[in-house]
Design a protein around this ligand. Structure first.
Ligand code: PMP
Length: 389
């Protein structure tokens, strides 16, 4: 008997995440070096963990307000002002979510009417397109180019806009390419956004992992701030993936409406995790810096290593992924990943998991120790040499 007949049409058309496929295969093999997962390898700093322990000991075991603990919303808004120079009102323009993941879903369900178009940038994070479709939206894809360092250009944006455009969804620094936008880059697209008056959803989860240039949020352009919804969270900056705390910053009316969905299906994120997050937002800047510097060193190491062994790889300006081209091997991304896993036991993710234009690329996460990265490079080099024979 199959329950398939009961499923709705949209869910039947959505494929499972292309990232998981290789982890599932790899988890059944011995001696695999996996550079697949997009999560920091640090344990959460102790002063943050201690706040959670203290919250449990002092009986903080009840629901919080739907939009999250007041202290947490205050600290989140302080953090954005301190770090990125944009101001939001903690009591009206901020809400706490179960990771950035919940935030993406409730934005879509709050903003989209069936048939509305959402401009998505690909290669892009795996959750975006399915969540747009589940909310009845229609994805319009812009294929970002390696020669533009995977940034969004004004020409690309202009050509994707129609009279059905409701939202532009951006993610800089981006997963999987590490592409970043500077203030000067944004200056070229902001007038177009203002003219067409659609929503800009900006996923800033990798803001703290910007190398070289300072991170710039598009919300810092006052002329379009009302159009902007920010998603961010604690997972990547503070190494808190398992705590499941994220947040949204936006116009008061949008926050109020998003909270209607959140209060019915979530109630509130874990109270204990929220207390830990207060500590992170208030006193975690040094942790972010430490993680940032460590990742920057690993980025330089892996990019140099990949170019040395013959996989052309641009230097990403953020996040903890590299996105080298494998076109020189003549293999498809899927063939490359499958053969690399089977012959050398290295797990990486095919570029196609992030959209069709990821063909010819692979995503490697460098949120692993230098020893693991070294070992993976040795194995990948051996694999490349075997292809030449
Ligand atoms: N956005 C991007 C771009 C991500 O890479 C991730 C996690 N891989 C998320 C959002 C979701 O993270 P979380 O739900 O842990 O905040």
């Amino acid at each position: 008997m199959s329950g398939k007949k009961y499923l709705n049409e949209i869910i039947q058309q959505i494929p499972p995440s292309g990232i998981r496929k290789y982890f599932d295969l790899a988890s059944q093999m011995e001696g695999v070096v996996s550079l697949g997962v997009g999560e920091p390898d640090f344990e959460t700093p102790w002063h943050i963990r201690e706040e959670a322990i203290y919250a449990i000991k002092s009986g903080k075991t009840f629901y919080t307000s739907n939009v999250g603990l007041p202290q947490l919303r205050k600290e989140i808004c302080n953090y954005y002002r301190r770090r990125f120079n944009v101001s939001y009102k903690w009591d009206k323009e901020c809400m706490v979510t179960v990771g950035g993941s919940e935030a993406i879903d409730i934005v879509m369900r709050t903003i989209l009417n069936p048939g509305d178009e959402v401009i998505l940038l690909q290669p892009g994070y795996v959750a975006y397109e399915p969540l747009v479709r589940l909310a009845g939206g229609v994805p319009v894809i812009i294929e970002l180019k390696e020669e533009n360092k995977f940034k969004l250009t004004a020409e690309e944006l202009q050509s994707a806009i129609s009279d059905k455009t409701k939202m532009l969804f951006i993610n800089f620094p981006g997963n999987p390419t590490g592409g970043s936008m500077s203030r000067e880059d944004y200056e070229k697209i902001v007038p177009i956004i203002k003219q067409h008056d659609f929503v800009v959803l900006t996923d800033e989860i990798y803001a703290e992992l910007s190398y070289g240039n300072e991170f710039c949020t598009i919300a810092s352009f006052e002329e379009i701030k009302e159009q902007v919804i920010i998603i961010n969270g604690f997972s990547k900056a503070y190494s808190m993936t398992g705590w499941r705390v994220g947040y949204l910053l936006a116009d008061e009316e949008i926050i109020k409406s998003m909270n209607k969905i959140h209060q019915y299906c979530i109630m509130c994120p874990s109270t204990i995790s929220q207390y830990a997050a207060v500590e992170a937002a208030a006193h975690g800047d040094a942790d972010c810096k430490l993680h940032h510097d460590s990742f920057e060193g690993r980025r330089n190491f892996i990019v140099n290593g990949l170019n040395r062994i013959g996989l052309k790889c641009h230097m990403p300006e953020g996040a903890f992924y590299v996105f080298p081209s494998i076109k020189s091997t003549g293999l498809t991304s899927d063939e490359f990943c499958e053969q690399l896993l089977n012959t050398e036991k290295v797990a990486v993710v095919p570029g196609t998991a992030f959209g069709g234009c990821g063909e010819g690329y692979i995503r490697i996460s460098y949120a692993y120790s230098i020893d693991e990265i070294k070992e993976a490079l040795t194995r990948i080099e051996r694999f490349l040499n075997s292809l030449k024979k």
